[in-house]
Design a protein. Structure first.
Length: 390
């Protein structure tokens, strides 16, 4: 490891490795510091992505894919099942391999990656932030960089150290619990989503097949709901009923910031990406590909800033993020707030009415139109959340 780099990236998740790869491809010298022993471990993720989003950022390697998903089933509290045509498909990834490979691709592009490096602060002098300090094998070390990237996930501290407001309101912090099960009887090309107060209040429960009789089964509920009953308890209750003979191979818990993007993505020479920047889709809680898209945009802006020796180039990143995804995420956040207020019987009623539609009309848009037609009060709810009233 050298003493000085153009860029130090804190965290080797999908966002950190992608940003490192793009910055290195543009000629910057890049160091990635990861606190864990292994890149991509432990996996705290349902691992589901859409093919279209992933293809935008990386050539997909078949080794990353545990299952290809062609169907999505939405199950209402009363047990009505709607299978909308999403007009695309998805994957359940094998993130142990995926995250590893993203780091490998960053190295191939010229970045250096080091594990077991716990970053514990920013360094500074009279000119501003000069790099990071970190612990490695019990030693206190530091490295200088012209740009520091916070890709340190949901518990990010880089932003806070730089004085950026990264707080997430409790209602927007999804608390999640997930088990990877074996011996489950499922269709390998179908994801299931369960809704309702008994299953996942202010959230949803997912069943994502991984092939070979395995599945990621998890629940994500708003922090407001988890004050009354923890996500893990909802999950155990569901698994005992639905998969009584399953083996539990992994149990994980974690948070997902289902909020709008942080207000400051770039402050001086500090850049935030991925979960650290709240680049998660607030409606679904999916953050792999949206964080990678943010990371790609940031990596390219960083590359330009270094090549032209002009840090003002970094400002291209927030503007491009806003255009590509940021504005959409604000809309999804407002929609999520409306859906959180749906009573169970509204979910059931919508499902029953969607099932009356011709199969070709059962799209996500069809579900949405049916919801508004049969529950005019929801229009009012939407009007409120879209800020047109109240
Ligand atoms: C239970 C659960 C299920 C989920 N399911 C899905 C899903 O199905 N699909 C989807 O798209 N998203 C899902 N998500 C969200 C998804 O996992 C995240 O959005 C995604 O991992 C974010 O990538 P990232 O690179 O920003 O952060 P991370 O993947 O969290 O990576 C951050 C990295 O930074 C490292 N780090 C942190 N602090 C330091 C430090 N001080 N020094 C050095 N390194 C540090 C960490 O060890 C980690 O490797 C789920 C999340 C949870 C909790």
């Amino acid at each position: 490891m050298k003493n000085t780099y153009d860029v130090v990236v804190v965290g080797a998740g999908p966002a950190g490795s992608t940003c490192a790869r793009y910055a290195a491809m543009h000629g910057a010298s890049v160091l990635v510091l990861e606190k864990d022993r292994d890149v991509g471990m432990p996996v705290r993720c349902g691992e589901a992505v859409s093919n279209r989003s992933l293809e935008k950022i990386v050539n997909i390697d078949p080794r990353w894919i545990a299952a290809t998903i062609k169907n999505f089933r939405l199950i209402s509290p009363g047990g009505h099942t709607v299978q909308p045509d999403l007009g695309g498909y998805g994957y359940v990834l094998e993130r142990r391999i995926f995250d590893y490979d993203l780091a490998r691709l960053a190295v191939e592009a010229g970045a250096e990656v080091h594990t077991k490096c716990y970053v514990d602060g920013l360094t500074s002098d009279s000119s501003g932030w000069t790099g990071v300090s970190f612990q490695w094998k019990g030693e206190n070390r530091s490295v200088q960089a012209r740009i520091v990237v916070g890709a340190d996930g949901v518990e990010s501290r880089v932003g806070k150290w730089a004085g950026i407001d990264t707080t997430t309101h409790l209602r927007d912090m999804e608390t999640c619990a997930q088990m990877t099960l074996s011996n489950v009887d499922l269709e390998d090309d179908t994801c299931e989503f369960y809704f309702g107060n008994d299953v996942a209040p202010m959230g949803y429960l997912w069943v994502f097949p991984k092939g070979n009789g395995m599945a990621n089964v998890g629940v994500g509920i708003s922090g407001m709901a988890s004050k009354k009953k923890a996500a893990i308890n909802y999950l155990q209750q569901f698994i005992e009923k639905r998969f009584p003979d399953a083996g539990v191979l992994t149990t994980v818990a974690g948070g997902v910031p289902c909020a709008v993007t942080v207000g400051t993505l770039v402050k001086d020479n500090i850049v935030l990406i991925g979960d650290a920047a709240h680049q998660v889709n607030p409606m679904t809680g999916g953050g792999i590909t949206s964080g990678m898209i943010g990371a790609k945009i940031a990596g390219e802006a960083i590359g330009r800033a270094i090549a032209e020796n002009d840090l003002s180039q970094l400002q291209g990143y927030p503007a491009a993020w806003e255009k590509e995804i940021g504005a959409k995420h604000r809309t999804y956040h407002r929609m999520k707030s409306a859906v959180h207020n749906f009573p169970d019987d509204a979910f059931d009623d919508i499902a029953v009415n969607v099932l009356k539609l011709k199969p070709e009309k059962r799209t996500i848009w069809g579900v949405f139109k049916t919801a508004l037609r049969h529950h005019p009060s929801l229009v009012w709810e939407m009007v409120k959340v879209f800020g047109l009233k109240g």
